[in-house]
Design a protein around this ligand. Sequence first.
Ligand code: FHN
Length: 463
Amino acid sequence: MNCRIAQSLSLKIAAAALVSAAVALQAQTTPPAAPESQDAKMKWFREAKFGLFIHWGLYCIPAGEWKGQPIAGIGEWIMNRAKIPVKEYEQLASQFNPVKFDADAWAQMAQDAGMKYLVITSKHHDGFAMYHSQVSKYNIYDATPFHRDPLKELAAACARHGLKFGFYYSQSQDWHEPNGAGNNWDFPANPQKDFDQYLRSKAEPQVKELLTGYGPICLIWFDTPQMMNTPETKERGQRFIDIVKSLQPATLIDGRLGTAGDYVSMGDNRIPDAVVKGDWEVPATLNHTWGFKKDDTDWKTPADLTFKLVDIVSKGGNYLLNVGPTSEGVIPQASQDNLRAVGRWLKVNGEAIYGAGPTPFGDELGAPDNTRQDKNGKPVFVQATDWRCTTKPGKLYIHIFHWPSGSLELAKVNYKVSKAYFLADASHKALKLTQKGEHVSVALPDKAPGELATVVVLEHRGN
Ligand code: FHN
């Protein structure tokens, strides 16, 4: 290539990079205006359905082991489970140098997985801020050799990749602070603490930092609302709501502030048995821990993850699925592989997930077995796993997990079905369909044409 052409080409590339950086920065720095209604506020969440949760903090260094002993339980709770004194735990900061951290690679992975939003721990119960906080020097920028603000980098990367970006913030438990909830091995127990002193001097100002320095924040994920979930203490939650509303009125608040948020957070890994009305989300693990634990390699398979995603959407919720990066800043390869497999399925079948509504049926979800009782004395719910249904106006999406022989038989279809086809078939070639009253039968080939789940679209009139 001649020298002048090469020069002008590299100038053009540099200019394009500048424009795209400016656009990303603009997107990153201008918080959205106050939404016109609650429906408008929830719109992106209802469309998104699938998000990436990231638990990353100092706990990824011991990774489930303290002084040569395995510590039982979830990795990010190691300080509590092993009752590690603050002075000892703090020293992990000087070892934290996650040089392999690459914000774009993380955002790319979330995008490949078909996820639409990303929520990362800005401060977990151990009290260590994973961003450059001016409020406490106990943060990744000031206290570690890494000396970078990975959350700033991730916010910019998410903007570049078209992903919504949100923060987890442990507003109540802070085991590093004498007056934060939870640490009774170094400090007095909760009832003896000056909890408001901690809230006003650390948690509230840090939440303000997160809402001012990182561009538009799609949601804040508060957690374990100790000392702020009774009628007498609810005012504490209201103070966080006021901060969020005043700084970024479009930011959603999850369901674990202690005061009602914008949506309900289900229990960890708890998928409801039936359709639940309203906005909700299931936070869930890929293995058995949130923060990285070196001996937990019991990964959920792509088939299981796809089933859970569809199951949740068919009941009306969102799936927030967690990864726990290592102390080098790497998302474990098995998590990446399994999430990308779900993403490949979504690339073909995403129409049946993003923005989709719940099943109009319900019998396909399973039923209580009245002969068996759970530990609360209630009949055990036996989950059915053959198929699930998600919906959009004029369409039923039947996700088949166990391939039936010969045909798909559906009872109680309260619509006049006009056409059936595989969602994966771009030509929408009609499958043989018969309907007698509410009974619909769709002729199927011997073998499933798709992997993980095959989606049959039933177009219909009415309702
Ligand atoms: O105690 C935390 C736990 O470490 C993790 O962050 C989960 C995620 O939902 N929330 C709490 C337990 O429910």
